[in-house]
Structures are given as structure tokens and as C-alpha cells.
Design a protein around this ligand. Structure first.
Ligand code: NAD
Length: 259
């Protein structure tokens, strides 16, 4: 399928993990792509995904408004427009309540919630000026449905993503801009490796990979998710077929959380 030929897509955190799988999917489906990330390898990763006429990387911190504005100005300046923006960049730490620092709380909310808002805000400005509608997809988490132990800051940040999504969806509906959120469950990435290691130790001295194996037993499909599982949903929400879907939060978790 070439659903995104002639369209420009921005994916934050697109240089690794889930974001890299999203980036690959959009390139495979014909999009012009800009990946934005705080990591130093973002331009190299973009160059591996496609030639500079189709794929570019841009280093930025999504919690900084000037840097977010620079990312979207770069995307619009390079490819002439912005049609889809996927707010995927995110961070997690795991701490017992009395150890959780104010700095951890602030950083998590700054990247996961404010960062999503700043990217939506800036993309909306471009999309409204273009007058052709658009698609915004925000990465929440199973923790936007149910807070897990030792991560109140992360749960708050991801519940916040749902609120941002619903509020903006109402504000931009008449501009033909849709705003939806996704809730990945357990997806095998570096972030999950960290979760496995740190939660594993805190919850019962699990060895490497053991917590993951335990939790996978709670998934009706009995397997962890892969980036490509998430990419299928995101590509659908970004496509013309999803024109009448907005303000929704959709789980992609093999049935882990059914609420
Ligand atoms: P990851 O750690 O592999 O990748 C995170 C990405 O975010 C990286 O590209 C990193 O550069 C980028 N990033 C972090 N801070 C940034 C900042 N300030 N500015 C710009 N970029 C920044 O993580 P992942 O597992 O691929 O997670 C991607 C998204 O999915 C996150 O929002 C995460 O919360 C969410 N999620 C992941 C899982 C999972 O099991 N892996 C489950 C639910 C939700």
C-alpha cells in the first residue's frame, strides 16, 4: 500500500523502539518523513531509512517549545507541508513513592505530557494554515488505563495524554484534523528492557527477562508486542480510512487491558 505518497509525516522518538517501527512503516507506505529525537544518532538513523529527499532527522527536545517549533518549521520547510504528526517520544523511571524525586516527576510530565501538547499545538498551527486537515496521533500507554506500581508520575503523564487528546479533538474537529491516542501494552523495546530489569528487581528479584515472561502470561495472546504491531494501528489512524475517528484512545496490547 502507498497510502502516504505525497504526504509528510513527523514522528517524535522515531530513531528507536516503537518510533522506529512507525518510521519504517510510513517510509514503506510512501511518506516523506521527519523523525525528531533528543538522541545524537537521529540524523544517521534517518539516512539509513531513506535518501534525504524522503527522510530527514532533526535533533530536538520535545519538552522545549522553541525546539518543537524548530522541528515543525524544518519539516514544513523541507517537504512543504505537514499532514500527520505522531507524538511518540516518551520516558519512564520506576521509583518507590518515598524515593520518587520532584525532578523525576517534572521531567516525566515535561516530556510525556507537555511534549505531546507542544507537538500537537505546533502541528495544528501548520495544519490550520495549510487548510487541508491532518492527523495527530499521541502515544499514551496501558498506564493511561490503569496506574501500575512504582510509576505514579508515568501514569499521571499518560492519563494526561488522554485528556490532551480529547480536548484538542473537540477544538480542531471542524478543521478536519483528527486527534487520537494509542495505548501500547508490553512492547519489546529498550524502554521495556529497563522496566523488566528495574521492576523485576523491585517486585521480587526476577532475573533478566523473567518479569517479561511472567507478565506475558497475563496477555490473552500470550506474546509481547512488537513495534510493527503498533505501526499497523498508527498507520490506520493516519490514513484517509480513519477520517471519522477522533478523540479516541485505542489499546494495542494483545488484550492485556480490556477496559
Ligand atoms: P524507547 O526508550 O525505545 O524510545 C523512546 C524515544 O523517545 C527515543 O527515540 C528517545 O530519543 C525519545 N525521547 C525521549 N525523550 C525525548 C525528548 N525529551 N525529546 C525528544 N525525544 C525524546 O521507548 P519505546 O518503548 O519505543 O516507547 C515509545 C513510546 O511508547 C513512549 O511514549 C512510551 O512511553 C510508550 N510506551 C511504550 C511501551 C513499551 O512497552 N515499550 C508501553 C506503553 C507505552
Amino acid at each position: 500500500m502507498h497510502r502516504f505518497e505525497g504526504k509528510t509525516v513527523v514522528v517524535t522518538g522515531g530513531n528507536k523502539g516503537i518510533g522506529l517501527a512507525l518510521a519504517r512503516r510510513f517510509v514503506d507506505e510512501g511518506a516523506n518523513l521527519v523523525i525528531g529525537s533528543i538522541d545524537a544518532d537521529v540524523e544517521d538513523t534517518a539516512a539509513k531509512l531513506g535518501d534525504a529527499g524522503r527522510v530527514r532527522g532533526f535533533r530536538c527536545d520535545v519538552s522545549s517549545k522553541p525546539q518543537v517549533e524548530a522541528l515543525y518549521d524544518f519539516a514544513a520547510g523541507t517537504f512543504g507541508q505537514i499532514d500527520v504528526s505522531v507524538q511518540n517520544a516518551g520516558i519512564i523511571t520506576i521509583s518507590k513513592v518515598e524515593d520518587l524525586t520532584e525532578a523525576e516527576w517534572d521531567a516525566t510530565l515535561a516530556v510525556n505530557t507537555k511534549g505531546v501538547f507542544l507537538c500537537c499545538q505546533t502541528a495544528i498551527r501548520h495544519m490550520r494554515a495549510q487548510g487541508r486537515g491532518g492527523r495527530l496521533i499521541n502515544t499514551a500507554s496501558g498506564q493511561a488505563r490503569e496506574g501500575f506500581i512504582y510509576t505514579p508520575h508515568y501514569a499521571a503523564s499518560k492519563f494526561g495524554v488522554m485528556g490532551v487528546t480529547q480536548s484538542l479533538a473537540k477544538e480542531v474537529a471542524l478543521d478536519a484534523i483528527t486527534v487520537n491516542a494509542i495505548c501500547p501494552g508490553i512492547i519489546e523495546t529498550d524502554m521495556w528492557d529497563y522496566n523488566d530489569r528495574v521492576w523485576g528487581k523491585m517486585l521480587g528479584d526476577y532475573g533478566p527477562g523473567e518479569l517479561m515472561r511472567d507478565w506475558v502470561q497475563n496477555i490473552p495472546m500470550k506474546r509481547a508486542g512488537q513495534g510493527r504491531d503498533v505501526a499497523g494501528l498508527v498507520a490506520f489512524l493516519a490514513s484517509d480510512d480513519a477520517a471519522y475517528i477522533t478523540g479516541q484512545t485505542i489499546n494495542v496490547d494483545g488484550g492485556l487491558i480490556m477496559s
